[in-house]
Design a protein around this ligand. Structure first.
Ligand SMILES: Nc1ncnc2c1ncn2[C@@H]1O[C@H](COP(=O)(O)OP(=O)(O)O)[C@@H](O)[C@H]1O
Ligand SMILES: [Mg+2]
Length: 351
């Protein structure tokens, strides 16, 4: 059987003197390389971009500068249209700028939070008027995040409610203006935005769903839950386990119904690989973001804090039947083997 040739390009690979280098896979995930090697019958890395059957752009978005994008673009120009490109650099802003993702989703009838852009140039000339605009946006949406449009790890996010005073809004704005000034020289699409806060279905717990897609296939999925207003997988504690299991059990049932819209949400951004994050309200997803490179805490260590992780390990034989999705995601070596095999299968079969 013919194997597929893959070429990686990123900030540290595939460009300049590093264009022939096979190592330095950007944002390599734990056991990813081993899984890739295991898939050698289906897919192998090549040194020359012109020998590739597929090219995968791997960049950590929050660290990618405009200049690095230009360099990657120059190399990709030579092969674009000839071979498939996974997460082409020319659609970078679509997932990196949350305001752009939201616009695209709204235009495609995919639900996402309301948002407004707070123009930095308008802020310079008319600060108090922008405070008014934000107050009105809070009034319409009850609670909002004022945030930068392209940071991760919950950086650059301030929660504002109907109780927030003008003084607090101004303070939040000033914090965000300062952050933007840091990023703008290297990341020109940086903006300040207001985002509607999606209230939890259960007044204690917020549930967030994540589905990993590759081309037209769902690779994996899971739900996380927390009492915190802003949280990630790492924030789950032992007392959240029961709800986590219930949600994931339910998600296994819901997945076939959600699949089409989740794939559409990624494809509408021009992404063919990524983690789609969303809430669910009235059985319908409300899209939050797309991460092109998932590699966070769940991929490195598993779910939740150490006690949470141990519970899942110790109870695997009982729980596996109910939440196989969670265990599949944690079996990283075979997970990545499957990922790479699917790249090969998809491209060779042109499906
Ligand atoms: N519109 C929103 N409504 C409710 N919670 C939100 C909203 N946006 C973000 N959050 C919370 O903040 C966390 C981080 O926000 P997110 O936009 O996913 O950025 P990142 O994961 O890159 O830090 C989310 O996991 C969620 O807990
Ligand atoms: Mg997130």
């Amino acid at each position: 059987m013919k194997y597929l040739s893959i070429y990686f390009i990123g900030r540290k690979q595939g460009i300049g003197l590093r264009r022939y280098r096979l190592s330095h896979l950007e944002n390599r995930r734990k056991y990813e390389y081993e899984g890739f090697q295991d898939a050698y019958k289906s897919i192998r890395q090549v040194r020359l971009i012109q020998n590739a059957d597929v090219v995968w752009v791997r960049v950590r978005p929050e660290h990618t500068t405009d200049y690095e994008r230009i360099i990657i673009e120059k190399r990709l120009k030579t092969i674009r249209g000839k071979v498939p490109i996974i997460n082409d650099i020319n659609i970078f802003d679509n997932y990196d700028c949350k305001n752009l993702s939201f616009n695209i989703w709204k235009n495609n009838n995919i639900q996402c939070p309301n948002h407004i852009i707070i123009s930095i140039s308008k802020l310079k000339n008319n600060f108090s008027n922008m405070v008014k605009v934000i107050s009105e946006f809070i009034e319409q949406n009850n609670t909002i995040f004022l945030r930068t449009n392209n940071e991760t790890n919950a950086n650059g996010m301030v929660l504002l409610t109907a109780l927030s005073t003008d003084k607090e809004i101004k303070k939040a704005l000033n914090i965000l203006i300062d952050r933007c000034q840091v990023f703008l020289p290297n990341r020109k699409s940086t903006q300040i935005m207001g985002v509607e806060y999606i209230t939890p279905n259960n007044n204690q717990y917020q549930d967030i769903y994540r589905v990993h897609i590759l081309f037209n296939k769902v690779l994996s999925f899971y739900a996380v839950t927390s009492k915190n207003i802003i949280f990630h997988n790492i924030d789950m504690v032992e007392s959240d386990i029961e709800r986590f299991i219930q949600l994931n059990r339910d998600l296994c049932q819901k997945m076939p119904e959600l699949e089409e819209i989740i794939l559409k949400s990624a494809h509408s951004l021009g992404c063919n690989l990524g983690a789609v994050e969303f809430f669910i309200k009235n059985e319908k997803p409300i899209l939050l973001e797309l991460n092109p490179m998932w590699g966070g805490h769940a991929s490195k260590h598993g779910f939740g804090n150490t006690g949470f992780q141990n519970y899942l390990k110790e109870n695997r034989s009982d729980l596996e039947k109910e939440i196989l999705n969670v265990y599949n995601f944690m079996d990283r070596r075979s997970y990545y083997k499957n990922l790479y095999e699917h790249i090969s299968y998809h491209v060779l079969n042109k499906i």
